[in-house]
Design a protein around this ligand. Structure first.
Ligand code: PGA
Length: 249
């Protein structure tokens, strides 16, 4: 999978133009076996999904959802709302949601459960900060994020999860994890899955890399055995760059 996280960027018209450029270039592609997910701001979900639904293998995702079904939660978006706009995925646990909106593993576990219960597929993010890596706590930290956020799921539910490893120090910084650092963590994540779930679940789970991934470094990252694609921020806002990353897979 390659997913583009547009974050809080673009006007409606710019979002439509970007989705159309990507859709038109993927139209004749034979790579439909690789899901491509565009994750625009919530207000553009319907406009973007009306474009992505025309192309096999191209999907729309939200960047967040609320853990409750509906109700008095001013400013929030529910799973049903996301689905009614035609989106099929949701990103949960992004480090910006964890840092700026105080989302912890327990809250995220509820969001994951809610999304899956109502039929939304989840791209679940994990990853350590620089001080955590420098003090060699990165494996423990990622393990804890996954244990508390995801590992309450049944085998069937887990098969609907895509995991994105995004070291916080690499997000939007221009500093990418080396291919060795990415592979090491991805292999670790897959080994955790193997401890808890059937081998088939661990083998089939897509583990994406995210953090300053661009057309120049995507290929060497994607070539790593346990790197199954990317969650792309800045470079997903330019059709040329995003398409080049897709073609690196
Ligand atoms: P970046 O962001 O590609 O701009 O580093 C990745 C992400 O936050 O998902």
């Amino acid at each position: 999978m390659v997913a583009g996280n547009w974050k809080m960027n673009l006007t409606l018209q710019e979002a439509i133009d970007l989705a159309e450029q990507i859709a038109s270039r993927l139209k004749d592609s034979t790579e439909a076996s690789t899901p491509i997910v565009l994750c625009p701001p919530a207000g553009y979900l319907q406009a973007v999904s009306s474009i992505t639904k025309e192309i096999r293998g191209l999907y729309t995702g939200a960047q967040n959802c609320h853990q409750e079904v509906s109700g008095a939660y001013t400013g929030e978006i529910s799973v049903a709302m996301i689905q009614s706009c035609g989106a099929e995925y949701v990103i949960l646990g992004h480090s910006e949601r964890r840092a700026y909106f105080h989302e912890d593993n327990i809250l995220l576990s509820k969001k994951v459960k809610r999304a899956l219960a109502q039929g939304l597929k989840v791209i679940f993010c994990c990853g350590e900060t620089l001080p955590e890596r420098e003090s060699e706590k990165h494996f423990d930290l990622v393990k804890q994020q996954l244990q508390e956020g995801l590992f309450h799921l049944s085998e069937e539910e887990m098969s609907l999860i895509t995991i994105a490893y995004e070291p916080v120090w690499a997000i939007g910084t221009g500093v990418t994890a080396t291919k060795e650092q990415a592979q090491e963590m991805h292999a670790f994540i897959r080994s955790l899955l193997r401890e808890i779930y059937a081998n088939s679940v661990a083998d089939n789970c897509s583990i994406l890399y995210g953090g300053s991934c661009n057309p120049k470094n995507a290929k060497e990252l994607f070539e790593q055995e346990d790197v199954d694609g990317g969650l792309i921020g800045g470079a997903s806002l330019k059709a040329e760059d995003f398409l080049a990353i897709i073609h690196s897979l």
